[in-house]
Ligand binder design. Structure first.
Ligand code: B12
Length: 214
């Protein structure tokens, strides 16, 4: 089977909410030593995004969206530790990352955190639904170089801007590079927030941080 058709099968298993198949594909990918980041992004990520579209089109309802999210989350728990094992091109630098307050979407943020950690960064992943204050206090405490803030909802994106405003008000904006992420984030939004950049996926996030650390 070609890689592309394997990714397609994974995506189809997610869309059919077939937990067992999804888990067995995750295990197969590890056993066969595949490129796990591609498996995550092109297989599981594609599947969950398709579920989001079907939900938007009214084909799926909230319980299906939630079940799909759980299946992907569970598959990620199997895959991500193996992604970590592939350390190469070690970088130094500390990153505090979280999904902003009011937003419980965690899958994409966790993938980014894992990829950064696999690239040698010291990563503090605070999880989802985290207040700007907590993110900033952790960044200060850990003496972080980078703060990464994820938001998947148009209603919670404003929290990304608020976090930067708090840094400005405290006079500590220059202490950190702040990068944004999540499906609704655009370059315009980055400009409006006066953030230092954004990335559409985990590979771009690693490249962006390496550039900012130079
Ligand atoms: C799965 C999912 C859920 C799951 C989340 C499970 C979990 N543990 O994360 C559940 C079921 C809980 C959920 C709930 C809701 N959801 Co939802 N959800 C999704 C869905 C289908 C996929 C998100 C996902 O995991 N994508 C896969 C990952 C791999 O991609 P990603 O998140 O974009 O992350 C990548 C990049 O963005 C980037 N990135 C992400 N974070 C960061 C951070 C940094 C620093 C950087 C640099 C990069 C980066 O790299 C990642 C890896 O490639 C999206 C649809 C979509 N297209 O996004 C809707 C979606 C985000 N949800 C939506 C909505 C409305 C909701 C609910 C409000 C529904 C409801 N009525 O209750 C609730 C919100 C609850 C809350 N308060 O947060 C809407 C948002 C609409 C909007 N414009 O605001 C979407 C767009 C669906 C839609 N098409 O309408 N959801």
């Amino acid at each position: 089977m070609s890689q592309e058709s394997f990714y397609k099968e994974i995506s189809e298993a997610i869309v059919s909410l077939d937990r067992e198949k999804a888990i067995s594909f995750a295990k197969k990918a590890i056993e066969e030593n595949m490129n796990l980041l591609d498996v995550v992004e092109k297989g599981f990520g594609a599947g969950i995004r398709r579920i989001g579209e079907l939900w938007e089109e009214g084909e799926f309802f909230l319980p299906e969206l939630m079940l799909g999210g759980n299946i992907v989350q569970e598959s990620m728990e199997i895959l991500l530790p193996f992604l970590k094992a592939n350390k190469e091109d070690i970088m130094s630098g500390k990153v505090v990352i979280a999904t902003i307050e009011g937003d419980i979407h965690s899958i994409g943020k966790t993938i980014v955190a894992t990829m950064l950690s696999a690239n040698g960064f010291e990563v503090y992943d605070l999880g989802a639904d985290v207040s700007a204050e907590k993110i900033i206090n952790t960044a200060l405490e850990k003496n972080a170089n980078i703060i990464g803030v994820s938001a998947l909802l148009t209603t919670t994106m404003i929290g990304q801007k608020k976090l930067i405003e708090i840094l400005q008000d405290k006079g500590i904006r220059d202490k950190f590079k702040v990068i944004l992420g999540g499906a609704p984030v655009t370059q315009n939004w980055v400009n409006e927030c006066q953030a230092d950049g954004y990335a559409d996926n985990a590979i771009e996030a690693v490249k962006l941080i390496k550039k900012l650390m130079d």
